[in-house]
Ligand binder design. Structure first.
Ligand code: ADP
Ligand code: MG
Length: 241
């Protein structure tokens, strides 16, 4: 309960977020302005400056892009999906990226239907964010273990890497807007993911050990669906309520 309260306090108002965005965008804007001024003074185009300006623009674009995901909650449409299909789509989408970084996806996926109510693109965004963090945590490559299990009335999806891990003193800051341990990180991926999972009535937990790896567990409420999962689910529900 205390943890819940802490989270709700820390991801507070839109205003706080807006201030953060403004701050994060002002830095690259200042750099851009400085370089543009230089171009003007020297009256010649300096290509390395132009390259820098482009990368600052890309950064602004990245930050704004991540916020757009949060900015249109009215447009969301919840539909019934099997989370196994949603995750498999994402794995297929990230396959070449993974291959490029010597990453292999190892999956253990239940045979039972795993129906949930979800905003499909948002949920995909969560899986992409988590898998990308896993890939980035293993610069030399390695396996990412992905499992989907049905447990009573909920579905557990876990994504576990064997990467650098998160130092203990950092773990409570993960999910704070703009908190990043990376040079070019935005520090928005986990925050956005948490918000999306909470809007799906689910939970997102992170466990990590330095130089061993990180495991992110997402749980989502299961919908009643076809197959033997039905029996399990209703039993779990009765016990839980
Ligand atoms: P970003 O990836 O842009 O830095 P995130 O919100 O996705 O932002 O992650 C915040 C920070 O949490 C990362 O910079 C990293 O330090 C830490 N982190 C998240 N996932 C992992 C992981 N799988 N392994 C190691 N560190 C992680
Ligand atoms: Mg990230």
């Amino acid at each position: 309960m205390e943890e819940l309260l802490r989270r709700s306090e820390k991801l507070t108002t839109v205003g706080q977020l807006a201030a953060g965005v403004a701050h994060e965008i002002r830095n690259p804007l200042t750099t851009l302005r400085g370089f543009l001024q230089l171009q003007l003074q020297s009256k010649a185009l300096n290509l390395s400056h132009v390259t820098l300006m482009l990368s600052e623009l890309d950064r602004i674009n990245l930050i704004v892009g991540e916020f757009l995901i949060l900015a249109k909650p009215q447009a969301t449409k919840f539909v019934t999906k099997d989370v196994r299909d949603v995750l498999q789509d994402v794995l297929r989408f990230l396959d070449s990226e993974a291959h490029l970084h010597n990453i292999v996806f190892r999956t253990v996926i239940t045979e039972e239907p795993c129906l949930i109510s979800c905003e499909e693109n948002q949920l995909k965004q969560v899986f992409i964010n988590l898998l990308k963090n896993g890939i980035e945590a293993m610069p030399q490559g390695g396996p990412i273990h992905i499992s989907i299990q049905k447990k009573g009335s909920s579905i557990a999806i876990s994504i576990t890497d064997e990467g650098v891990g998160i130092p203990e003193e950092m773990i409570s800051k993960i999910g704070d807007p703009f908190f990043t341990g990376k040079e070019t990180g935005t520090g928005l991926g986990i925050m956005v993911s948490q918000r999306i999972i909470h809007s799906h009535q689910g939970t997102l937990d992170i466990q990590s050990q330095v130089n061993v790896g990180t495991s992110v567990k997402v749980t989502l409420p299961a919908l009643k669906g076809e197959g033997k999962g039905d029996i399990l689910e209703s039993e779990g529900h009765r016990q839980g309520s």
